[in-house]
Write a protein that binds this ligand. Structure first.
Ligand SMILES: Cc1cc2nc3c(=O)[nH]c(=O)nc-3n(C[C@H](O)[C@H](O)[C@H](O)COP(=O)(O)O)c2cc1C
Length: 210
């Protein structure tokens, strides 16, 4: 088995973190870079990520995540929130970033701009939400794989009340809505699930080769 697959077996959605062990700033930066480099539709990255270390803030958020202990016991809590203001102004900013990063005139991106105008910008709010959330989950997946490479534990979490999180973090005023969470840290040696075998569909169930 190669290392990459071994590490994916090693990782698991950690229930009990060791609050005595802290993820280093350097490793955190690597994980955040893995998120930043994630692919997204058109490269639009219609989301932001809040990296929360402050114990008081996490203690306030915990009840809105059904009291799940990972929120306060891990080293960091990440809140992934999608942008609710994906509009012409937002698109212009995106085109500007393309133009500046690649040192090309904005006009070079007219084709890309038009494609986005004719697709994403025509979506209803509901459809935009689904589309943006899908992009978030690509970043979440990258985080899980990158963390496994560094032997850092992550619990991806949808078990929370997004409206309450949005209120507590004042996300509405930033045109954001929370969609998923991830806690980052090190597993506690008492976590009963740490040595549990992976339960997955068989290859036959999952893959159709044509
Ligand atoms: C989007 C998403 C949301 C999840 N929400 C929670 C959660 O709120 N609490 C939790 O303990 N585990 C949560 N999990 C963990 C899953 O239960 C776990 O990933 C799954 O059972 C597969 O096991 P493994 O990741 O340990 O291999 C979530 C996983 C994903 C991908």
């Amino acid at each position: 088995m190669n290392n990459y697959i071994e590490n994916l077996h090693w990782r698991y959605a950690t229930k009990k973190f060791d609050s005595e062990k802290e993820v280093s700033e350097e490793d955190l930066e690597t994980l955040l870079e893995a998120i930043r480099l994630s692919a997204s539709s058109y490269g639009f990255q219609p989301y932001e990520v809040f990296v929360i270390k402050d114990p008081e803030v996490r203690a306030k958020l915990k009840p809105a995540a059904f009291g799940q202990p990972q929120i306060t016991d891990a080293s960091y809590l990440l809140v992934f929130a999608y942008n609710t203001n994906v509009d012409e102004k937002y698109l212009d900013q995106f085109v500007k970033n393309n133009s500046e990063t690649r040192n090309q005139p904005v006009e070079d991106f007219n084709g890309l701009k038009e494609m986005i105008q004719n697709s994403v910008l025509t979506f209803s709010d509901d459809k935009k939400e689904v589309w943006a959330s899908r992009q978030v989950y690509i970043a979440l997946g990258n985080l899980l794989s990158a963390a496994a490479e560094l032997k850092i534990d992550v619990c991806p979490m949808e078990g929370f009340n997004p409206d309450e999180f949005d209120k507590l973090l004042d996300l509405h005023s930033k045109n954001l809505k929370s969609v998923t969470l991830a806690t980052i840290g090190y597993r506690h040696e008492d976590d009963q699930l740490k040595d549990a075998k992976k339960v997955r569909k068989s290859k036959e169930e999952l893959f159709t080769r044509i």
